[in-house]
Design a protein around this ligand. Structure first.
Ligand SMILES: C[S@@+](CC[C@H](N)C(=O)[O-])C[C@H]1O[C@@H](n2cnc3c(N)ncnc32)[C@H](O)[C@@H]1O
Length: 226
């Protein structure tokens, strides 16, 4: 079914730059476990346009596919305070630089403020400054699953009321419904409980409305309501 969706509506309408970046990623050794899928990229691109997002954040860039999908969707006039419109964080700059020439060629690199390093200290600094509370329209989290709960504790104060946080991989390769003795890859098994814990915490959080979508590996959208 996914192949049908990809072939009928995703691949034919995928912007050339996103296609090109997907090719770069496909040659990277982490591709299989790391990359955001084409249907997710297209979904993010449309979602951002629908909510008229201007000020966004991404945690977990890798080679930049979801970042490019975001940058292509955002308007030119999104600068808020000292940030450009996408604050993008990753512990690895090398991978970001693999995709960067394509992002530059697409004419959207100026929308990105890339910070190399772990995201949590940057979030803590922003919260301490107090200037960015409630300022983000959209935040996409696609990084270390064992920190998602820690991200959520901070992001809830940084996203604006009515804004969205999207957590990626909340179906975790289907492992969220796998029996305890299921033969899972080591990587999948290691993070499974963290994803389950996150899903439970989001479902019980009264500060958000949530919607879990089977797009890509599962995205949970959280709309801040208080
Ligand atoms: C699944 S990949 C991101 C995929 C990307 N969104 C895309 O479109 O292809 C996860 C990324 O999170 C990064 N990462 C892991 N731990 C991190 C941390 N503590 N802070 C920021 N980034 C982190 C990894 O280096 C990796 O590039």
């Amino acid at each position: 079914m996914l192949q049908y969706i990809l072939e009928t509506s995703v691949y034919p309408r995928e912007p050339e730059a996103m296609k090109e970046l997907r090719q770069v990623t496909a040659n990277h050794p982490w591709w299989n476990i790391m990359t955001t899928s084409a249907d997710e990229g297209q979904f993010l691109n449309m979602l951002l346009k629908l909510i008229n997002a201007k000020n966004t954040m991404e945690i977990g860039v890798y080679t930049g596919y979801s970042l490019l999908a975001t940058a292509l969707a955002l308007p030119e006039d999104g600068k808020v305070m000292q940030f450009l419109i996408i604050l993008a964080m990753d512990i690895n700059r090398e991978n970001y630089e693999l995709g960067l020439p394509i992002i530059q060629k697409a004419g959207v690199a100026h929308k990105i403020d890339f910070r190399e390093g772990p995201a949590l200290p940057v979030l803590d600094q922003m919260l301490q400054d107090g200037k960015h509370n409630g300022s983000f329209d959209f935040i996409f989290v696609d990084a270390d699953k064992d920190n998602y709960i820690n991200y959520h504790k901070r992001l809830i104060d940084l996203v604006r009321i009515g804004g969205l946080i999207g957590y990626d991989n909340t179906l975790w390769n289907g492992a969220v419904v796998a029996p305890p003795d299921a033969p899972l890859r080591k990587y999948v098994r290691y993070y499974k409980d963290f994803v389950l814990e996150l899903n439970k915490a989001l479902a019980a959080d009264p500060r958000i409305e949530i919607c879990q979508l089977p797009v890509g590996d599962g995205i949970t959208l959280c709309r801040r309501i208080s």
